[in-house]
Ligand binder design. Sequence first.
Ligand code: FAD
Ligand code: DHB
Length: 388
Amino acid sequence: MRTQVAIIGAGPAGLLLGQLLHKHGIDNVILERQTAEHVLGRVRAGVIEQVTVDLLDEAGVGARLHADGLVHDGVQICVDGVRHRLSFKELTGKTVMVYGQTEITKDLMDGRAAVGAPTIYSAHDVALHDFFGQKPRVTYRAGGKSHEIACDFIAGCDGFHGISRKSVPASAITAHERVYPLGWLGILSDTPPVSEELIYVHHPLGFALCSMRTPTRSRYYIQCSLAEDIESWVDERFWEEIRPRLDDEARERLVTGPSIEKSIAPLRSFVAEPMRFGRLFLAGDAAHIVPPTGAKGLNLAASDVRYLSQALVEHYAEKSAAGLDHYSERALARVWKAERFSWWMTMLLHRISENPFDQKLQLAELDYLFRSKAAATAFAENYVGLPY
Ligand code: FAD
Ligand code: DHB
């Protein structure tokens, strides 16, 4: 088989790249290790920046998002039982959209099926070859047989644990990493959210987040230790842990019920530099991870894809290598800003240090955020997404 761009991974990055390339007449094949059902089952992201919405529109998959997504004008931060509101609309004139990653994935998969572009699910032993030369290849096993795809470029969109980044010789790549000593335990439940807006909770018992998917479906997270065994978290225990962290109003409005999904995610900051290796380009979680606090992971995956799709279009349509040559530098400039913001929000809101000095500093910083228009504006600008 031959294609122009072989895409590894059918997460948001790979599917969105495939859709944008297809729109510009660039042939692509997606290889995904899991089944489509498995990919669709990953709950994860919920907050979508306006620039990501614009890109999904450009890819032709924004209709359901506009119909069902919830526009949020602001966010609330609760500190030790007292809620403060930060209005994105007033501070920046912008808003964000609450729409689940599962729904974005479904829209992208449906869009791809509608144009008949190929995705090979359950592709095993994917291997990348010769990407430093002129004729890269990808091999894999599917249906009990070995296959090979010859291509012009490989897009490594296979997430943090994927094979693409690992295929690069260690001497060609530098990894920057911070692992936080905690995780997020998240549950999804068909109960109405406690508030119309997201509430990020700072509390001596630990961080909590009240989010949502729809007016009847809530998503909650609490900070947990990395050693936590998910099996020991029966639903009742989760509700008992989150309840005392909330303010009185939210506690009164909290409707508990059976979880329909429950998972633990470790918190990590990670950047691999550069993001280009000959004819291999990394995009999304394959190249970088942010802790989820800033709601930036999927949005960053989309911004990488924006730069990469434009660069590939320029290459094929205008025979210009400029976009490809600048891809890594452009993407990383945005990545590091999101890394900074996500690290800052994580350090601000979680119980990380037992040193009272660090805890007092957190409270002083939160107080500054609520009192200073400049600080609130900087927060809002980052949360809604920086302009390109
Ligand atoms: P992935 O979604 O990881 O997709 C990679 C794909 O590659 C997967 O389907 C995988 O199966 C496949 N793959 C892996 N290895 C191989 C292989 N060897 N061969 C073939 N295929 C392979 N982001 C936000 O923007 N906003 C939020 O509110 C937000 N909240 C989050 C909350 C939580 C709890 C978590 C964990 C994450 C959150 N994120 C959020 C981050 C977001 O979910 C990720 O950044 C996003 O999924 C990245 O997309 P991706 O396509 O790069 O990678
Ligand atoms: C959600 C996830 C996040 O990481 C975040 O910062 C806000 C909301 C969510 O899943 O709804």
